[in-house]
Design a protein around this ligand. Structure first.
Ligand SMILES: Cc1cc2nc3c(=O)[nH]c(=O)nc-3n(C[C@H](O)[C@H](O)[C@H](O)COP(=O)(O)O)c2cc1C
Length: 170
């Protein structure tokens, strides 16, 4: 009989057991979205799970909806992440980064120049204080969602130290 502690293959990734740590926002990054050094210790302490999914991580300045959440779109943010997969891999664990954009429920309080979030239509989200700005040709020139950019910044890190992460970033 298969148990929770048996290995599992997902695509080309071999997990040593079937325990997957759910993504959990920790709000321990600084206001620039940079992870503290102790985040590597926190994640490596949980590396005996088959797979860790990290806390939600903003892919652009317009993605942020929660205070002190980390980002993955500036060189400083990337550097602050680098020790984390390294520490998990050193314990034989696997880790995926959860990429995140809060879309129309992003909070102006956290956005550059307190601008309104942008969405395909000006429809207010249930938890949002106001409707987002409707996306227009003009608004698309603002730094809205930029998944291509997140991939391009995350992939060098994935190549360097965390092959499974590339699967998520693609
Ligand atoms: C403190 C806390 C932070 C969370 N942060 C995230 C997150 O960053 N990304 C996400 O997808 N889910 C997040 N969740 C949802 C959990 O992953 C979810 O609660 C977990 O998968 C268990 O599912 P359940 O609440 O339906 O039982 C968070 C939950 C809690 C309690």
């Amino acid at each position: 009989m298969t148990t929770l502690f048996d290995p599992l293959r997902i695509g080309n990734i071999e997990l040593r057991n079937r325990i997957i740590m759910a993504p959990m926002t920790r709000s321990r990054a600084n206001d620039e979205g940079i992870q503290p050094a102790f985040a590597a210790e926190y994640y490596s302490q949980r590396a005996s799970a088959g797979l860790i999914v990290t806390e939600a991580t903003n892919i652009s300045p317009m993605a942020k909806g929660y205070v002190r959440t980390p980002g993955i779109y500036t060189p400083e943010q990337i550097e602050s992440w680098r020790p984390i997969p390294e520490a998990v891999h050193a314990q034989g664990g696997k880790i995926f980064l959860q990429v995140f954009h809060t879309g129309r429920i992003a909070l102006p309080d956290f956005l550059p120049e307190h601008t309104q979030p942008v969405a395909p239509s000006a429809v207010r989200g249930a938890a949002a204080p106001s409707p987002p700005d409707e996306s227009t040709i003009r608004s698309r020139s603002r730094p809205v969602s930029s998944p291509g950019r997140a991939s391009s910044v995350w992939l060098p890190l994935a190549r360097a130290s965390a092959a499974p992460l590339a699967a998520v970033a693609r």
